[in-house]
Design a protein around this ligand. Structure first.
Ligand code: 5AD
Ligand code: SF4
Length: 441
């Protein structure tokens, strides 16, 4: 049944969530709904939630509070909570929030249209959160209409089986499940046909791709196959896990023209004691060995990471080891977080929780060190020529923005001869704190 109404989606969290939201947009549009810029007038409002840290979870409850008032004026509005908070809280959310109609877990996104139709007819309040051991619905959803005309995400695996002591993901997204490589290749070919130039392969641990498939291709083999897809110029991937990172990926980056020189390899801590308590499966020296391997084979490759400060039991010495690690590795960029105890994880009730004030001070120190390093890298690029894919128009009039192969944002003026989707050579004029400024050669 076609609708003529409006929908609004609010997205929190990671790239995986952004991509899930794109899929939900696609599904709602197939139902005949059109996107609206705000929730007030919408017939369907979806909050796609993140549970990775407490702060993200709280934002969801405040959004739900605002929607309660809106729904008073528009009682036919259908309110959906999707994503990790939905998965974690399950039907409890329906009890807590009487204006909520649907709780949609990560494995049920493909059912969104039929559930919306059902709720519209019956006003039944539904929770769909069971895990399924089947990734075929991912194919049904592809290709999703992405938010960029030239770049697209492609899910290669869902879930995670690592159970790091701090992390909710294995509980909210289920165990690691790889998609069939032929389906992925088909999806990427369709995207290329629609003008997509750059794909980012998504998975919590792409290095484990294929390990759960019978006779499945491994990740580096998948990269080889995807490199053959005509029209695709650049291939990125995220996230890599250090314990599964091996020379085959370094070889793929070095040997496959389309595979971009950037690896996101979360370290989390520089202290072996903390890494062990986190259950990461490697020591700092193992991590150094892996990036050494990468730097020998692909010296141009940028390395970024996630870091957590204030994990339970992290002493001053442990934190000092993290500081030393930042200086030793000199990441191109990092995402750093204060440890946030999450329900159901091993670390939630660990003794020796680190006081908030100490976490705050440690995070500030990490920011200060990394900002310096990132800016130094950016300044070192001044005067050099880099390759950028034009992704869109910049904030300033007459400006384009794009990313280098190493995933650095670069703004440059429109020379009147190029368009979004072109790959251009750009001379870097200035290295700023978070981006580069250049001009087309
Ligand atoms: N507290 C703080 N940071 C966390 N992350 C995951 N779980 C937590 C948590 N409980 C961070 C990790 C991970 C990134 C996606 O989020 O650094 O790599
Ligand atoms: Fe979470 Fe660890 Fe899995 Fe990453 S590898 S999603 S941090 S459990």
């Amino acid at each position: 049944m076609a609708h003529s109404g409006k929908y609004f989606i609010e997205t929190y969290g990671c790239q995986m969530n952004e991509h899930d939201s794109e899929k939900m947009c696609e599904l709602l549009e197939r139902l005949g709904l059109q996107v609206d810029a705000s929730p007030e007038q919408a017939d369907v409002v979806v909050i796609n939630t993140c549970a990775i840290r407490e702060k993200a979870e709280h934002k969801v409850y405040s959004s739900l509070g605002t929607l309660r008032n809106m729904k008073r004026d528009k009682p036919e509005m259908i309110v959906v909570v999707a994503g990790c908070v939905a998965q974690q809280q399950k039907a409890k959310l329906l009890t807590k929030f009487h204006h909520l109609d649907l709780v949609l877990g990560a494995h049920h996104i493909s059912e969104l249209p039929e559930l919306i139709e059902h709720i519209g007819k019956t006003r039944e309040r539904i929770s769909r959160v069971e895990f399924c051991n089947d990734v075929s619905s991912l194919h049904m959803l592809a290709p999703a209409r992405g938010s960029s005309p030239v770049c697209s995400y492609v899910t290669v695996m869902q879930g995670c089986s690592n159970f790091c002591a701090y992390c909710v993901v294995p509980f909210t997204r289920g165990k690691e499940q790889s998609r069939d490589s032929l389906e992925i290749i088909e999806e990427v070919s369709e995207l290329a046909g629609r003008g997509i130039k750059e794909i980012t392969l998504l998975g919590q641990n792409v290095n484990a791709y294929g390990k759960d498939l019978e006779n499945g291709r491994r990740f580096s083999q998948l990269l080889e196959k995807l490199s053959l897809v005509q029209g695709i110029e650049r291939i990125r991937f995220t996230t890599s896990h250090p314990k599964d990172f091996d020379s085959s990926l370094a070889e793929a980056i070095a040997g496959l023209e389309k595979v971009c020189e950037h690896v996101h390899l979360p370290l989390q801590s520089g202290s072996d004691k903390v890494l062990e308590a986190m259950g990461r499966g490697y020591k700092f020296s193992d991590y150094l060995d892996k990036i050494q391997l990468l730097r020998i084979r692909a010296p141009e490759c940028a390395i970024t990471a996630d870091m957590i400060v204030g994990f339970p039991g992290e002493s001053d010495d442990d934190f000092e080891a993290t500081v030393k690690a930042l200086h030793r590795v000199r990441f191109d960029q990092i995402f750093s977080f204060k440890f946030s105890p999450r329900p159901g994880t091993l670390a939630e009730h660990m003794t020796d929780q680190v006081p908030e004030e100490i976490k705050k001070a440690r995070l500030a120190k990490v920011h200060e060190i990394q900002d310096e390093i990132t800016q130094t890298y950016h300044r070192q690029l001044e005067g050099s020529v880099v390759e950028a894919l034009i992704e869109g128009h910049g904030r300033l009039q007459g400006q384009f923005f794009g990313r280098t192969r190493t995933n650095k944002i670069v703004n440059f003026s429109d020379d009147g001869h190029h368009a979004v989707g072109d790959i251009v050579k750009v001379t870097i004029l200035r290295g700023l704190k978070h981006s580069l400024l250049g001009e087309i050669v």
